[in-house]
Design a protein around this ligand. Sequence first.
Ligand SMILES: [Zn+2]
Ligand SMILES: [Zn+2]
Length: 168
Amino acid sequence: MHHYARSSNEVLRKRGYRLTPQRHMILSVIQEAHEHLSIDQITERVQQRNPYVSLSTVYRTLELLRELGLVRENHLLGEQSHYEAVDSQAHHHLVCRHCRATIHLDDALLGNLHEQLQTQYHFHQMTLDLVAAGYCETCWQQQQQSEQVSENTAALSEEPSEEPSKEQ
Ligand SMILES: [Zn+2]
Ligand SMILES: [Zn+2]
């Protein structure tokens, strides 16, 4: 059993729950994804393994796993909820405004921000979830190109408008 599944099993057991085959399946779908999954995506992947698991079972299980802190629910840029496995404390995202690509930010970049917030603001037991919105490299390049194209077409469309003045 993978480390995450084993520790999840312990968390569940401590709280009086069992790691049923369905819970295990839902947990491993989320963990193996290494990305953020919507409920629909989770259900689809779970049903590929066992078509008899219902959507309501997925909902109930996600709710339980979230309460137990095994799964994190994200609302990135007002999108529908996405879920991912909780395997570290720090959790920061870069989200592309255009294609919604999500990158996890290396929390080493933030230095001791966490401790600083704690000492300066006397704020305790913090969860810090940063979301930086911008454009990923691919979308940025596309955008630059389409801006150039529209500048060129704007230049072309200006020419005929000058003609009537010449005729006068
Ligand atoms: Zn993008
Ligand atoms: Zn994430």
